[in-house]
Design a binder for this molecule. Structure first.
Ligand code: PGA
Length: 240
């Protein structure tokens, strides 16, 4: 795992945007795996700024998002569909037909998961996957558990994730209890992975990435088996 240690959140966001810009330059038809949450917001801001300056072109890019709450309407301002449009898609020239996000209002969630995994498979998975990390070490909504899932699946959120994410909702009761998420195997099929983390609250999860142990109790530790991961983090996440 390569480490890019940054002094500030802005520096981190810029380093992450550089990785995407570099990929777009060598492969304008690339597929980006995208993440939500507060961590990548600065990176999206940078990408929008660079697009507005004419430095980036997303016209041939395909995107696949990691996950979505279930059930949730795309119109709900806490849905990841809404988040991605507000933070990125509405401000760049990505083609709407090239945007893929698990459908949080699909009537049959199992069929939706199969459809999503099949679409990823047909696409050859993603060239670059952006990941945040939960305080509990989750990636996507692959929560700590005795066993993890390989493919896109529906999952229950843990109490710690519900509490962590309740800051975005009016109350904890409003946080959906389930989500559709790429599986660990789906994520590991990405050609390259960018893992972003900032702030002291992520220190324990980041520390677990820095030794040789792998445990399903901290799902992100599985990234140690991937040959091309870049950890971009700030000093608080790294040193605590
Ligand atoms: P955050 O979430 O970026 O809002 O901290 C990350 C995650 O839960 O994966």
């Amino acid at each position: 795992m390569k480490l890019i240690l940054c002094k500030t959140y802005e520096e981190m966001s810029s380093a992450a945007a550089d990785e995407i810009a570099e990929l777009l330059q060598v492969n304008p038809h690339c597929t980006l795996g995208l993440a939500t949450g507060s961590t990548p917001v600065g990176m999206y801001r940078q990408l929008v700024r660079r697009y507005e300056k004419g430095e980036l072109d997303f016209s041939e890019v395909t995107t696949f998002n990691l996950d979505e709450y279930y059930p949730i309407s795309p119109k709900n301002d806490q849905s990841y569909y809404y988040f991605m449009h507000e933070n990125l898609f509405d401000h760049i020239n990505v083609a709407p037909e090239n945007i893929n996000i698990p459908n949080g209002s699909a009537p049959d969630p199992l069929a939706e998961c199969r459809y999503y995994e099949d679409k990823l498979t047909a696409n050859g998975f993603v060239d670059l996957q952006v990941l945040g990390i939960g305080q509990n070490g989750h990636i996507g909504f692959n929560e700590p558990d005795g066993c993890l899932y390989a493919s896109t699946h529906i999952t229950e959120l843990t109490e710690s994730t519900i509490t962590a994410n309740s800051r975005f909702f009016e109350s904890e009761d409003d946080v959906p209890r389930k989500a559709l998420t790429m599986g660990i195997g789906t994520i590991l099929k990405s050609k390259k992975i960018l893992l972003l983390a900032n702030g002291k609250a992520k220190h324990d999860a980041i520390s677990a990435l820095l030794d040789d142990r792998i445990t399903t109790a901290i799902p992100a530790t599985i990234l140690k088996t991937h040959p091309n991961v870049i950890l971009i983090c700030d000093e608080e996440a790294y040193y605590g």
